[in-house]
Structures are given as C-alpha cells and as structure tokens.
Design a protein around this ligand. Structure first.
Ligand code: 1GP
Length: 231
C-alpha cells in the first residue's frame, strides 16, 4: 500500500456497500447497513438512475450515518451535488469511447464551471463479467487473457495513475488468483474489487488482495449475508 495515491479519505475504506437508487430497500434494512460498521457507501447503478431516486436515497442514508458517501456517476442528468465524493468510472476495456471519456467530456462541457474537483475521483474500470448489465451497456471486451488484463492494470496504475483500479465482476464472484496477481503488480492505484461477495468467507478472501471490497447485489437478496461481509 505504500506509495499509493491516497488523496481522499474515502480511499481508505476497506469495505463499502453499493446501493442502487433503482432498487427498493426498507428503512430498517438501510439503517442496519449504515450502522453495520462498513466504512462508506457508494450510490450507483447501471440503469434506472434518476436525480429523484438518487437524491431520495442519499437523504435516507444521511438519516442514519455520517459515513462518507460517494455517487458513482452513470447518468450525468442524475448528479446530486450534496454527495461527499463523485466517482467517475472510465471503462478501459470498453469498445465505445463514450464510456471511456465521452460522457465525462460532455459533463465537463455542461457543468465544468460548477465542479469542485477536490471531490471528483476517477476510477479505471475493468469489467470482467460479460453477463453483467455494465458489460452489456458499455460493450466491454471481457474475453481477455491474464496478460491483457494485467496490461490494462498497468495502463490504469502506472501510465494514467488513476486513484482507483476497479476490478468489476458485478453479479458473479471473480477469479481470486487473478486478483492476487493484479494486487502484486499494482503500486499507485487503490485496488477496488466488486462482484459476487455474499459471505464473510468471500469478503475475507477478496480483502486479502483488494484494498477495498464493494458489496452490492446481496443487499437486495439476503440482508443478513450482506451484513456478514462487514466482519
Ligand atoms: C457492482 O462491484 C459492485 O458494481 C458489486 O458487485 O453487486 O455483485 O456485489 P455485486
């Protein structure tokens, strides 16, 4: 971890829940998640994210905790300015430039003068589950050799020096041998891992290699299992 670009406190989170504004969650469940001991909350989703459902979710989270909250922006019309941080995904293995820099450029053209750049954290994304909504939406090339994936990691970590390298398996548990090799190679970027963590065992295993683990889907499938990932 020495030498990593820790420019924001949210980058010190070891465990984060990712809440989807387009999914329903009860107040009781939200309270349990917020008070679970997790280090921070990411709000984001691949579809159905609007200004209203995002603002409403943030207001509800704030009721229960003063945890750092980041909005992972997927729709630039749904940016709620009261988040602590704004994660900007840049999908390195997309085939469509809009998911690499296109959307981001349009947002800067529209809102650049209002942006507090101290709150903006770009994420170098590598999407590896071809079945995921994110992969399908962005046209991600997921059929990659380990050599190719490690080259993407070097691009994010050494060449672009992005604060976050996000290994995204959304919806399925990823290849931990690969994650271990990525962790061994990375030196600047914080290594985020997300995908299929639905037990304390998987959380512990992924945390051996990733600086930060992100837990999403299981929140909506099995709340107790989601809570167990915090330990
Ligand atoms: C999704 O990486 C996160 O963007 C978490 O993945 O939903 O599979 O937990 P899961």
């Amino acid at each position: 971890m020495e030498g990593k670009l820790i420019t924001h406190s949210i980058l010190q989170c070891k465990h984060m829940f990712k809440l989807d504004p387009d999914k329903t969650i009860s107040d009781a469940a939200l309270k349990q998640l917020c008070l679970s001991g997790t280090d921070g909350i990411i709000v984001g989703g691949s579809s159905g994210v609007t200004f209203d459902n995002t603002a409403s979710l943030l207001t509800r989270i704030r009721q229960y905790a003063s945890l750092p909250c980041a909005l992972e922006i997927s729709n630039r019309d749904a940016v709620v300015p009261t988040f602590d941080y704004f994660f900007i995904p840049m999908v390195l293995n997309t085939t469509q430039i809009e998911w690499l820099i296109g959307q981001q450029l349009e947002a800067i053209k529209d809102y650049g003068q209002y942006i507090d750049w101290n709150t903006v954290i770009p994420e170098g994304y590598i999407i590896l589950n071809e079945q995921s909504t994110a992969a399908q939406l962005t046209g991600a090339l997921t059929d990659l050799s380990e050599h190719e994936i490690l080259a993407y990691v070097t691009l994010i970590d050494q060449m672009m020096k992005l604060p976050i390298c996000y290994i995204e398996y959304s919806g399925t548990y990823g290849d931990m041998t690969l994650l271990q090799r990525i962790a061994a190679q990375i030196s600047h970027s914080k290594l985020f891992y997300g995908g299929g963590i639905n037990s304390s065992e998987k959380a512990n295993q992924a945390r051996q290699f990733a600086d930060t683990i992100v837990v999403g889907n299981v929140i909506y499938e099995d709340l107790q299992a989601a809570l167990a990932t915090v330990q």
